[in-house]
Ligand binder design. Structure first.
Ligand SMILES: Cc1cc2nc3c(=O)[nH]c(=O)nc-3n(C[C@H](O)[C@H](O)[C@H](O)COP(=O)(O)OP(=O)(O)OC[C@H]3O[C@@H](n4cnc5c(N)ncnc54)[C@H](O)[C@@H]3O)c2cc1C
Ligand code: FES
Length: 292
């Protein structure tokens, strides 16, 4: 299908919406210019309404033919809860992108993808690109419980080996993704590179697990972002002792060089304001989602 790039008709409309878990939803959005340029590792910044918060989310899939991009969003605070309440046919007020530096796709032999929570969705396009480039792909996916595990079938379809871990043992092996990594190393698996996306604390321990084996390891860093174009400095991260901007220099960086403790501290800086904002939203909309 050909799209009139100058037409704004239907722009940023949700063509399809699906709930993947109680707190995670998939949105297929009409955004033809972004779909035409998207590559693995790119993200967009979207707003649910004019004046709304700017929310960075990773492109999970895209179709230049249909003019659509797919994002998968976890309800965490006020804005993501608001977005996941959208229905098919609703529209975002704006979607900016594609942003960030795409991941370099090459042949490492064997690539291990380690995803946690909604990070599994962010890992999917990267793992798929490595599979298509001829790598053997091993996927290690972790979630708190079976109900929160997403994209298992999609990840299985592009993986040579898939290992599931859950904190409570309700799916796959009971334990952490790092336990599965240790088992693979102990079994003599030769791993060319590791890509990890998920909670910061998980990525920190993935890096610590691969460090003694000197396996090149890359983590997708998720500091608070504002403009997403390298102008505001809000997404500053420390990699190799230097300040880097995750929105333009990343978001994928060498995990062995990343100061995860500094990142954990920076992302917690607005926790009190975020909680207040979510509490007010939940009270106004009579809902409990995201509050724990
Ligand atoms: C490059 C990148 C890609 C991302 N991809 C995805 C994705 O594919 N799916 C998904 O569910 N989430 C993704 N995130 C995280 C998502 O942006 C945050 O969950 C969201 O901004 C939270 O907004 P909120 O108002 O709902 O929550 P808030 O209550 O405002 O914040 C909750 C937590 O979210 C983080 N956060 C808040 N505001 C921002 C911001 N402007 N930028 C980054 N993080 C923020 C902070 O850690 C904060 O503690 C990504 C983040 C980055 C930086
Ligand atoms: S988000 Fe502003 S510099 Fe990266």
């Amino acid at each position: 299908m050909k799209h009139d790039i100058y037409s704004t008709e239907g722009l940023y409309k949700i063509i399809e919406k699906a709930d993947l878990s109680p707190t995670i939803s998939k949105h297929v959005i009409y955004a033809p210019l972004i779909a035409a340029k998207a590559q693995p590792g790119h993200f967009v910044i979207l707003r649910s309404r004019p004046g709304g918060e700017r929310i960075p989310v990773t492109l999970v899939d895209w179709s230049p033919a249909d003019g659509t991009v797919t994002v998968i969003i976890q309800s965490l605070g006020k804005s993501t809860t608001e977005i996941n309440a959208f229905k098919q046919g609703d529209s975002f007020s704006d979607v900016a992108g594609p942003l960030g530096t795409p991941v370099e796709i090459k042949n490492w032999g064997t690539v291990m993808g380690v995803g946690g929570g909604v990070g599994i969705a962010e890992l999917y396009p990267i793992a798929r690109a490595y599979k298509n480039a001829g790598n053997k792909v091993i996927s290690v996916l972790g979630a708190r419980s079976k109900a929160l595990l997403i994209l298992e079938a999609e990840m299985a379809s592009i993986s040579d080996k898939i290992i599931i871990t859950t904190d409570d043992g309700s799916a796959g092996k009971k334990g952490l993704v790092t336990d599965a990594m240790k088992d693979l190393y102990a079994a003599g698996e030769k791993i060319g590179a590791i890509f990890t996306i998920g909670p910061i604390i998980m990525m920190k321990f993935v890096a610590e697990t691969s460090r003694p084996h000197a396996t090149p390891t890359f983590a997708s860093l998720n500091p608070v972002m504002l403009d997403g174009t390298g102008m505001c400095g809000g997404c500053r991260v420390e990699v190799g002792g230097k300040s880097r901007f995750a929105c333009v220099d990343g978001p994928m960086f060498d995990a062995h060089q990343t100061n995860f403790d500094a990142l954990l501290k920076r992302t917690a800086a607005y926790r009190e304001q975020e909680r207040e904002s979510l509490e007010k939203y939940a009270k106004d909309h009579n809902c409990k989602i995201g509050l724990h």
